[in-house]
Design a protein around this ligand. Structure first.
Ligand SMILES: [Fe+2]
Ligand SMILES: [Fe+2]
Length: 406
């Protein structure tokens, strides 16, 4: 097969990106296009607005709903340690075992997926002029032919740019005609107008409340933001889509609430992000991790991931702060004398933007002005849920409710 590879931040994925894919498929040069959202881009390591899993799943849903046959999305960059250079990513993506499995998972027949493929790197004609500054251009050209998009009226001197690349580094450059809208992620980010994004992307942004003041993490330090982005990559293989995005949402909302109530936003961000980090592990593994943090205080299977998460956050995510670890440990039950951080993570877990178990609009409103009132409202929901399921409340939850005057 002739495979087009289209790398980018996709922050967000917009109609301009989709037009590139559509035009490349129509060009006759490639049989399919694989979009590869960057995880840690070498040029702008932490300037992406959104953590990598958001951008990956957003692009994946856009591809699924695009109606374009042969448009796939790869998560290969999540497997790269450190900065993800194109040359490194290509060595992994074009590995015969990886690409054959990837194509088969996307519905390509075993025979077609296993043959020898040729690869094209899809890029804008403007990017061609800067290609020589990329990391190891000569290595990249061993893997791919460059396939540059030219828009009608484009005044880039494509012949000169192409000759410069092939003269300096060898390889080949081809061109294809790009039809469709011209939009940019930075313009979308600065205006907050997502009209130029596919419906699937707009829906995704809406569900998770992305590209808001909260997702900018403005009240967190640079170090905490880096930690959040790195942890998001580490969490990717540990949690399925829904829970992973839930945990990122809880981190972001916790950091926001910390800003509102004067708590440490950095600690809130990390505690919120890691609160469910072991929830998809085998139950016996969860029990072992839980006992290491809190003995047999939590016997209920559904609670084990809380103390278990604290152990795992300490041992695998390098968290040493006791306040963060306790916020993770008590996020399901609460307890008496809760710290501000513990209350924030407890609440954020129950009301982050993608939660839909009941109408949360009143609690979300209360959370902006009166933390304890929002906690009381949340507790009422929790009690109702436990009664419905015939479950007993944990004694620690009783302590929390007494403290709240319930
Ligand atoms: Fe949880
Ligand atoms: Fe949770």
């Amino acid at each position: 097969m002739r495979i087009g590879i289209y790398g980018g931040s996709f922050d967000p994925f917009h109609n301009g990106h989709q037009a590139m894919v559509r035009s490349a498929l129509a060009s006759g040069y490639v049989d399919c296009v694989i979009a590869v959202p960057s995880v840690r881009n070498s040029f702008k390591r932490y300037t992406a607005v959104l953590a990598a899993p958001y951008r990956y799943y957003m692009t994946l849903h856009a591809a699924e709903k695009s109606g374009l046959e042969g448009f796939y999305v790869s998560d290969v960059e999540f497997g790269i340690e450190g900065v993800s250079y194109t040359a490194v990513m290509l060595s992994m993506l074009t590995d015969p075992v990886y690409i054959s499995r990837f194509l088969q998972n996307n519905g390509v027949s075993c025979k077609a997926a296993s043959e020898k493929h040729s690869y094209y790197w899809i890029m804008g004609s403007d990017t061609l002029a800067t290609f020589e500054h990329w990391y190891r251009p000569e290595t990249i050209l061993k893997y791919v032919t460059l396939l540059a998009a030219v828009r009608p009226g484009d005044d880039t001197d494509i012949v000169r740019a192409s000759d410069s690349v092939t003269g300096n580094f060898g390889g080949e450059v081809e061109f294809f005609r790009l039809d469709g809208v011209n939009c940019s992620s930075s313009a979308i980010n600065s205006t907050g107008d997502f009209a130029c994004c596919p419906d699937a992307v707009r829906e995704f942004i809406d569900i998770h409340s992305l590209y808001t003041d909260n997702t900018k993490l403005a009240n967190c330090s640079e170090i905490a933001r880096e930690q959040f982005f790195d942890n998001a990559v580490k969490l990717y293989p540990e949690l399925k889509e829904k829970r992973l995005l839930h945990t990122l949402n809880v981190g972001i909302l916790s950091a926001h609430l910390a800003g509102v109530y004067g708590a440490d936003a950095d600690k809130a961000l990390i505690a919120g992000q890691l609160h469910d980090c072991v929830k998809e592990k085998d139950i016996e593994e969860q029990r072992r991790l839980a006992e290491s943090y809190s003995g047999d205080l939590f016997a209920d299977k559904k609670l084990l991931h809380s103390p278990g998460g604290a152990t795992y956050a300490r041992d695998h995510y390098g968290v040493s702060d006791c306040g963060i670890l306790d916020a993770i440990c008590y996020h399901t039950t609460g307890r008496g004398n809760m710290t501000l951080l513990e209350k924030i993570v407890y609440l954020a877990d129950k009301i982050e933007p993608s939660r839909t178990y009941t109408d949360l609009s009143d609690i979300r409103k209360a959370a902006e002005t009166d933390l304890d009132e929002a906690m009381r409202m949340t507790s009422a929901c929790v009690v109702a849920k436990f009664r419905k399921q015939g479950r007993e409340l944990h004694p620690l939850t009783g302590d929390m409710m007494r403290d709240l005057g319930l």
